[in-house]
Structure formats: structure tokens, C-alpha cells
Ligand binder design. Structure first.
Ligand code: ADP
Ligand code: ZN
Length: 292
């Protein structure tokens, strides 16, 4: 479930997608019943669904002990604040339901099928309408009192860059500098129309490199995957991010995984399918939990 669309997938993995339908994200009273109708249809088609995985935009309350477990938190998306996502599906279907964030889901998909196989510590970063990171440490998604919101980390700015940023909460946090809407606000045009050699990209790469710096000095991941609509359409950002990252770290820390920056900071192995496959990965995990 994304801010603009919900990609519903029936299958067991990237090599076995039986059906996929895209539904627009409208108000919950419209969108959730539409998803339920589709799942009911699939339930009838395939016999019984073994598990339902939901990887959704947040913030989500994922603390099992919480009174508001499985609910969406405060969000500017009309009608979605406080919606009980987990409850909605759990009360309508016999299959076990798993819920996590869009980026944790994508990280799980990368671990299962993509560029993070065999890794215990890595980050999946999405740069799209917003910026988020699914952080896996010691094989588990990092989770304190809340899931991380690394898109809102404060980053050092390039010398002389004083553009105020577009985050309504923080101005020039990472999301306020490098998300699709931030880039478009700064450039005054659609991101897709900005030339590759425009000076607009340099501070974007700089800001994303700052996130990589923060990740390395906090959890020292084995790999940092960066996907999402902005970076997947602008692959020229990768060399700039790597270069800016190396400059920022300035020789500090010698981690073997970091020796080859081309694989250390890389696109997701599943490409733009990482997000949608995240829900399948959650379903697979939920099914496995139920059978141990
Ligand atoms: P979402 O954030 O809803 O999951 P995406 O990851 O696809 O969706 O990201 C959407 C963002 O990608 C939009 O903000 C848009 O500005 C940006 N975008 C779309 N096409 C391009 C492009 N060709 N170059 C750079 N940014 C793009
Ligand atoms: Zn912010």
C-alpha cells in the first residue's frame, strides 16, 4: 500500500506471480473494501490464501503490546489516520495477516530474493514521494518504540547551499532536500524533466550520501540499497552519492564491505519490484511463523 497506489500481488515470489492488480489509494472506506473484494476473488480462485502480507505507508504502530497495534498513526493522508489496517484484514480473512512498513517489506524482499541475500545487516532506502529506510540489523528489522524514520534525519549541507527544504516539519531534513517533491519544488519543474547535468542533482546526491554516512557510523550495514521512483529513474546519482559518501567519511572506519563502493551503495536487486514484493515477503514470513 503506497500513498498513490496499492499493488496487490498473488503468488509465492518473484518467479511465481499468479496475479497482480493495482488499485488507487483513495479514502480508506473505498480502498480497503476494494482490496478485500480482490482478495476474496483470489481466495475463491486459488482455494485458500495461505497468508496475507501488508506492507504499508506509515507511520504504523507495530508494537504488539500496544492498544493501537496495527493502526496507522498521524498522517496527512485524508481519512487514514488511526485506521486499523491489521484488524481490517484479520477480521475478514481466515489466513494469518502480517503487517509491516513499505520499506521494511522491501528490505525483507531484498533479503529473500534480491541484493541482500545472505546479509544480516543492511538498509533498503526508498527515495520517492517521501524518503524512508528499512533497516535490518542482526537479521531483524530495527525497531525501538517506533519504526525508524530515517527520511527525517538532519544532514550536513554542502557549503553555501541555503535552500530551505520542503519538509513541513523540519525544512531541510533529508526528505525535505532529496524526495521527489523536494527536488521538484527546488527545480520548479517535474523531476522527470530535469536534465541529468543539472546542478540540482548535486545537493540531492550529497544529502543521500549523508544518510549513508549516518548509517555506517550507527549500525555499520554490510550494504546500502537505494531504490524508489527518484533514484531508479536517475541512476547517475549513484556515482555522485558514492563519491560524496567517501568524501564525507574521509577515510574514517575501515569496513571490508565498504571497499567496493559500487556494491556497497547499490540499487535494489529487485529494482522497482522491491516494494510490491515486500508484501509477498511479509506473507511468506507470516506463513512460516504460523507453521513453526
Ligand atoms: P511512492 O513514493 O508513492 O512509493 P515512487 O517511489 O515511484 O512512489 O516515487 C514517486 C516520486 O518519484 C515522485 O515524487 C516523482 O517526483 C519522482 N519521479 C518520478 N519520475 C521521476 C524521474 N524520471 N526522475 C526523478 N524523479 C522521478
Ligand atoms: Zn522532515
Amino acid at each position: 500500500m503506497g500513498g498513490t497506489k496499492c499493488v496487490c500481488t498473488l503468488g509465492t515470489g518473484p518467479g511465481d506471480i499468479r496475479a497482480q492488480e493495482i488499485l488507487p489509494t483513495r479514502e480508506p472506506g473505498t480502498t480497503l473494501p476494494a482490496i478485500a473484494d480482490l482478495l476474496n476473488r483470489w481466495n475463491a480462485d486459488v482455494g485458500t490464501l495461505k497468508a496475507i502480507g501488508v506492507a504499508a505507508f506509515g507511520p504504523l504502530d507495530l508494537r504488539r503490546e500496544s492498544r493501537t497495534y496495527g493502526r496507522i498513526g498521524a498522517t496527512p493522508k485524508r481519512g487514514w489516520a488511526n485506521v486499523g489496517l491489521l484488524e481490517f484484514f484479520a477480521t475478514r480473512f481466515a489466513a494469518p495477516v502480517g503487517l509491516t512498513t513499505d520499506v521494511i517489506g522491501a528490505a525483507l524482499a531484498e533479503a529473500r530474493w534480491g541484493a541482500a541475500q545472505q546479509l544480516t545487516d543492511f538498509a533498503y532506502v526508498t527515495v520517492g514521494t517521501g524518503i524512508g529506510a528499512g533497516l535490518i540489523v542482526n537479521g531483524k528489522s530495527v525497531f525501538g518504540c517506533h519504526h525508524p524514520e530515517l527520511g527525517h534525519v538532519r544532514v550536513a549541507r554542502p557549503a553555501g547551499d541555503t535552500w530551505p527544504g520542503s519538509c513541513p516539519f523540519h525544512g531541510d531534513c533529508l526528505e525535505g532536500l532529496a524526495s521527489g517533491p523536494a527536488i521538484e519544488a527546488r527545480a520548479g519543474m517535474r523531476a522527470a524533466s530535469i536534465p541529468v547535468d543539472s546542478p540540482i542533482w548535486s545537493p540531492v546526491a550529497h544529502a543521500l550520501a549523508q544518510l549513508a554516512h549516518v548509517l555506517v557510523v550507527t549500525v555499520a550495514p554490510q550494504r546500502i540499497l537505494i531504490g524508489g521512483g527518484v533514484v531508479s529513474a536517475q541512476p547517475h546519482l549513484f556515482p555522485s552519492i558514492r563519491q560524496s559518501f567517501a568524501q564525507s567519511l574521509n577515510g574514517y572506519l575501515h569496513i571490508p564491505a565498504m571497499e567496493d563502493l559500487d556494491t556497497y551503495i547499490a540499487p535494489p536487486g529487485l529494482g522497482t519490484r522491491a516494494g510490491p514484493l515486500g508484501a509477498l515477503a511479509v506473507a511468506a514470513d507470516t506463513h512460516a511463523e504460523g507453521t513453526v
